[in-house]
Design a protein around this ligand. Structure first.
Ligand SMILES: *Cc1c(COP(=O)(O)O)cnc(C)c1O
Length: 395
């Protein structure tokens, strides 16, 4: 009864959002757990590591000052905007005006979702990577826009084939999402790629939004480039940054967008009418995270790298095709012959009690793959590796 009543109140906009893709797996997971099966969840994209203590202490200090309990500035406190601008200058050699080219977000997801209605009108097209982070597609649908998938395939190192986008789509397209290091593919790029993107985007008058959530989660000396390092990028592109993955601050809800000032201005119109930025102590702690000792970032990456090697070696041993990532804490692996993504994920759950994310959960382009997240304690990952090896050697 309740369900039908609720559905009646739903807008068409909301009704068209597909049901949560993990529901079957979550249901099965709950059933097995109830039976006492020890489930190892390699599906979650939330770091198991905790926020470095100096950042937590800074938050506590700021909680002592009642001046911090006021409404913050809409665009974020000047101290944090400046810290972000300085970070871009030091890390990428990119100059940013902290007033007009930096905007603080309540997590980058919030900004990504609000960017779409800020830039596009109903019926306009947005190019989106497939497989990709689900928020791009749902935000486009909520804004009554038209998503156009750009398939990411192994043969092009999980970069879009811009030549394959039909001419009429290019004419309609107003915005493009990109994400490197990528979730779920863990693909990485070099500045050359962004140079091509900017050239292409300018030619077709398409704004570019680069999701840079894993900017600092990189290995083996690889340094992920900012799209703003590409020539002329600021004329057409913005980049989303997050504290969630770099400093294990997912629940703090703090991120930012930088780049083209008129795109940022459009986004800030939506934001100033829907929220009033993040709690000042959280913003101050985030500024502190960027300006204080960065050795924690290296330490986290060393942990991910060790887990990565452990899991990759095991997958190769059991005959699963994988590429060694240079960034993100995900492994994007091919499902063995005879399975589709969902079947394989269900099989792993049923047979070895391991949750992975079926590639198809990230779009049709993810079919044939599964994603392993390394954000579980190392002992659990080793336990998972043991189970996988045992199961596959007995097949
Ligand atoms: C985790 C993640 C985000 C969201 O980050 P928040 O700043 O916590 O909102 C955005 N994009 C991708 C690809 C992610 O994996």
């Amino acid at each position: 009864m309740k369900e039908t009543v609720k559905a009646e109140y739903r807008s068409k906009r909301v009704s068209q959002i597909p049901p949560y893709v993990f529901s079957t797996i979550n249901k099965k997971k709950a059933e097995l757990k109830k039976k006492g099966v020890d489930i190892i969840d390699l599906g979650i994209g939330d770091p198991d590591l905790s926020t470095p203590s100096h950042i937590v202490e800074k938050l506590k200090d700021e909680l002592g000052d009642p001046a911090n309990f006021k409404y913050p500035n809409y665009g974020g406190i000047p101290e944090l905007r400046q810290a972000i601008a300085d970070f871009y200058k030091t890390r990428y050699g990119v100059d940013l005006d902290s007033d007009s080219e930096v905007l603080v977000l309540i997590g980058s997801k919030e900004g990504i979702a609000h960017l779409v209605p800020a830039l596009i009108d109903p019926g306009e097209t947005v190019l989106t990577p497939d497989p990709g982070y689900g928020v791009y597609r749902t935000a486009i649908q909520l804004a009554n826009g038209v998503p156009h998938s750009m398939p990411l395939t192994k043969s092009l190192d999980f970069k879009p084939d811009f030549d394959a986008i039909p001419e009429d789509v290019l004419e309609q397209a107003k915005l493009m999402f990109l994400n490197y290091p990528g979730n779920p593919t863990s693909a990485t790029v070099d500045v050359d790629f962004f140079e091509k993107v900017i050239h292409f985007a300018k030619k077709h008058h398409i704004a570019v939004a680069h999701d840079f959530a894993y900017n600092m989660v990189t290995f083996d000396g690889y340094k992920a480039p900012s799209i703003l390092q590409a020539e002329g990028a600021k004329e057409i592109a913005v980049e989303f940054g997050s504290f969630s993955k770099t400093y294990n601050m997912t629940g703090w809800r703090i991120g930012y967008v930088v780049g083209n000032s008129s795109i940022i201005e459009a986004l800030s119109v939506i934001k100033s009418n829907t929220d009033t930025s993040q709690f000042i102590p959280i913003q101050k702690a985030a500024a502190f995270a960027l300006t204080s000792d960065q050795s924690c970032v290296e330490q986290h990456n060393d942990i991910y790298k060790e887990r990565m090697d452990t899991m990759i070696n095991a997958l190769k041993e059991i005959g699963i095709n994988v590429q060694v990532p240079r960034g993100s804490f995900f492994i994007w692996a091919e499902v063995p012959h005879g399975f589709n993504s969902m079947d394989f994920a269900e099989m792993l759950l049923q047979e070895v009690g391991i949750v992975v994310t079926p590639g198809s959960a990230f779009g049709d382009g993810g079919e044939g793959y599964f994603r392993i997240s390394l954000s579980v304690p190392t002992e659990r990952l080793i336990e998972a590796v043991g189970r996988l090896k045992k199961y596959f050697s007995n097949l």
